[in-house]
Structures are given as C-alpha cells and as structure tokens.
Design a protein around this ligand. Sequence first.
Ligand code: HEC
Ligand code: HEC
Ligand code: HEC
Ligand code: HEC
Ligand code: HEC
Length: 301
Amino acid sequence: MRIYPTMKIFAILAVAMFALVQTSMAKEADTIDELVAMFDDSKCAECHEQVYKEWQNSWHSKAIVSSLKGMRNFIAVGLAKEWNTPVTKAEVLKCLDCHAPAVNYASEKLAKELAGLIVTSFDKKDTDEGKKAKAQLARLNVGCYSCHHIKATEVAKGLRGEPKKGVIYTGSDVDAGDAHESIQTVDITRSVFCMQCHGVYKAPDGETIKCNTLSGSYQNTYQNHGGSQTCQECHMKKGHLFPGGHDIETVTEGLGFNVEIAQYQHLPGKIAGVKDKKKWVPSAVVNAFIENKTGHRVPDG
Ligand code: HEC
Ligand code: HEC
Ligand code: HEC
Ligand code: HEC
Ligand code: HEC
C-alpha cells in the first residue's frame, strides 16, 4: 500500500491526539491513593518538621472529617431529596473546593465515591465500615499543596495560569535547592488568599454557597473603617496552627472587656406588704463594654 503524505499527517495527528488525551487524563486521579500521591504532604514533614506539626494540630488538617454531618446532609438530604440533583463532581466541589481542594483533580468517578464515603462515615459511624470510610476521608483536607500550590495560584488565575507540577508557591524569594522548585507569589501573603475559602462561594454554575461569611465583614466593617492588618498577621502568630474560635487564648485576645462600676446608696420607696421602716440599700450601676478586636464579626458560621 502506498502511504500518501496526508495519511502520514493524519497518523501523526492521531498519535499526538492520543498523547494529549493521555496527559490530560493523567491529571485526574481515579482512586484516593492516586489523589493523595499527587499531593503528598507527608514528605514535607521530612524538612519542615515544625510547620508540619503545627499544621497537624490545626483545623485545616481535619477540614472534611470535622464537618461530616453538614456534608452528609448536603449530599443525602439536599441533593438526593430536596433538589433531586444527581451527585456529580461539580456538586461535590461545592463543599470540597474549600474543604479539600485536591478534589479538583479527582475523576468524576472518584468524586462520586467520596460523596458515598461521606454519607457512610456519618450514617454508619459506629461500624467498621463507617470508621474505614472516615479514615480514608481524613487523608484529604486543606493541606500544604492546597495552599502553597492550588489556592496560591487561584487568586489571580488569569495572570498566573495553572499551578506548575510539583512547584511550591510562597511569599518569599527562597531557593530550596534540589528539594523542590519554589516560585515567589505575593498573593499568598494577602487577605484575598484566605478569603477564597473564608467567604461566600460562587460555584461555576452560578450557585452561591454561604458556608461562612467572615470575609464580608472583614472587608465591609474592618477594612472600610481603617483596619489594616491582614488575616495572616493576626492568625499566623503561632505559625501554621491558625488558631481561631476553638482556641480560648485567641478568643480572649479578640474580645475587649471593660467594666465601669458606680456605687451608690439606694432608698427604695415603701414596698407593699412590707411593714419595716425604709432602709438604705447599697447598690451599683454596672456598665459592661464588650469590644470586638478581631478583623471581622464574631462568632461567624
Ligand atoms: C528535602 C527537604 C525538603 C522537602 C522534602 C521539602 N522542602 Fe520546602 N524547603 C526546603 C528548603 C531547603 C527550603 C529553603 C529554605 C527555607 O526557607 O526553609 C524550602 C522552602 C520552602 C518554602 C518557602 C519558605 C519561605 O520562607 O517562604 C515553602 C512554603 C516550602 N518549602 C514548602 C514545602 C512543602 C509544602 C513541601 C512538601 C510538598 C516541602 N516544602 C518539602 C526543603 C524541603
Ligand atoms: C468558600 C469555601 C467553602 C465552601 C464552598 C464550603 N465551606 Fe464549609 N467551611 C468553610 C470554612 C472556611 C469553614 C470554617 C469557618 C469558621 O470556622 O469560621 C467552614 C466550616 C464548615 C462547617 C463547620 C465545621 C466546624 O468544625 O464547626 C461545616 C459543617 C461545613 N463547613 C460544611 C460545608 C458544606 C456541607 C459545604 C457544601 C454545601 C461547605 N461547607 C462548603 C469553607 C467553605
Ligand atoms: C491555609 C493555608 C496554608 C496551609 C494549609 C499551609 N501553609 Fe505554609 N504558609 C501559608 C502562608 C499564608 C504562609 C506565609 C507566607 C508569607 O507571608 O510569606 C506560609 C508560610 C510557610 C513557610 C515559610 C514560613 C515558615 O513558617 O517557616 C513554610 C516553610 C511553609 N509555609 C510550609 C508549609 C507546609 C510544609 C505545609 C503543610 C504541612 C503548609 N505550609 C501548609 C499558608 C499555608
Ligand atoms: C482551601 C481553603 C482554605 C484556605 C485557602 C484557608 N482556609 Fe482557613 N479554613 C478552611 C476550612 C475548610 C476550615 C474549617 C476546618 C474545620 O472546621 O475543620 C478552616 C479553618 C480556619 C481557622 C480555624 C477556625 C476555628 O473555628 O477555629 C482559621 C483561624 C483559619 N482557617 C484561618 C485562615 C487564614 C488566616 C487563611 C489564610 C492564610 C486561611 N484560613 C486559608 C479553609 C481554608
Ligand atoms: C485584627 C486581627 C484579626 C484579623 C485582621 C482577622 N482576624 Fe480572624 N480572628 C481574630 C481573633 C482574635 C479571633 C478569635 C475571636 C473569636 O472567635 O471569638 C478570630 C477568629 C477567626 C475565625 C474563627 C471564627 C469563629 O466563628 O470561630 C476564623 C475562621 C478567622 N478568624 C479567619 C480570619 C480570616 C480569613 C481573616 C481575613 C479575611 C481574619 N480572620 C482576619 C483576629 C483577626
């Protein structure tokens, strides 16, 4: 058979297309193991031990498993019963884009599986099956790559494009040698970085999710009245622990408490039914002032 030049081109094109499909497919994980391996945070502990320990004790490290009830209700009651909407990756991301951003890289099949695990881990929490499901879900959270890779580049996606494979995005200009490539991005040092997750969420299909509204009050109440500190300045004093409303020290720091007391003697009028002579009663006026010293309303939820 003679091969015409055009056929050759078609053959090359076909091979190229196949390669393209392959690489774009490789970007999606089909199992939890694959997804965790894609963004393996455990290896960061080797060199950033202190940061890793702080993060492990933070709420960011448990961002699915501490919110199971709400997510179970979204899937098993909201989608399934109230809105009659099938479980898809797009629906699951309406929670997990913030609670476990790695799921953006899950296949449609895996995203559905995660939804199933969420329901199982809550509905069957006292059984082995439920405990297993929860242990699997605990591997997904707001991890190192969620911030230093996925969300760090998402603040200005048009400008920065997709995050580059394996690259760590950070606020300073550092050289990590062979350990990893790092790219400096000021975005991660700014409040808008945190506000991507700590604010109202607009899903690609236009639906709005109001899981927490803190960023609104940061912008409208705090910044508009001259507040100048960033989220990071207030919340990273203890590094990656990110203390907030679950930490009594932080809560106390956030509340100014001032009491004014004025003492006086009070002479009540005759009280019906009481025969006694009038008596001076020691009294006091107490004015308590509670001041919000945070950068937003409290509590939030
Ligand atoms: C083999 C050691 C090693 C491993 C593993 C490693 N790093 Fe690093 N990392 C470094 C070194 C060295 C630097 C540059 C010096 C410094 O600032 O600590 C650095 C710098 C950084 C910085 C910038 C620090 C700054 O001052 O802004 C971040 C963020 C970071 N690493 C995150 C990670 C994450 C996330 C992981 C896991 C995916 C990781 N690193 C894995 C060695 C390592
Ligand atoms: C825009 C990002 C974002 C989206 C989308 C989102 N959440 Fe959240 N969610 C958060 C943040 C941030 C917090 C922590 C808020 C705080 O502590 O003030 C939170 C807290 C929670 C909590 C309370 C956890 C606790 O420990 O008290 C539950 C439950 C929850 N989310 C469920 C959901 C469900 C269900 C969905 C999907 C319908 C969802 N979230 C979508 C960001 C988001
Ligand atoms: C919730 C988002 C978030 C998560 C999760 C997170 N980081 Fe960071 N990280 C930041 C921000 C913000 C900074 C400060 C950047 C700046 O101001 O330069 C930072 C700074 C750092 C630095 C430099 C400063 C320091 O404290 O040494 C290192 C190293 C680092 N991160 C490593 C990690 C590792 C390793 C993990 C996972 C165990 C991790 N980060 C998880 C947001 C995050
Ligand atoms: C990828 C989304 C995401 C990003 C980015 C993110 N957070 Fe969070 N953050 C969460 C979620 C989800 C929770 C709730 C986790 C839970 O309740 O288990 C949370 C919890 C917290 C808490 C603990 C709240 C409490 O109730 O004690 C603080 C404080 C916090 N984040 C501050 C920050 C700051 C400051 C930044 C920016 C440097 C930031 N977060 C960036 C998703 C995010
Ligand atoms: C001026 C300092 C300051 C700034 C700026 C600030 N916070 Fe806070 N934040 C606090 C303090 C203090 C608390 C603890 C108060 C409480 O929960 O009663 C707190 C609580 C929180 C909580 C827990 C809320 C809850 O209901 O339990 C989250 C989440 C949080 N902050 C995130 C953020 C984010 C995101 C930003 C930036 C958009 C930010 N904070 C800006 C000081 C600050």
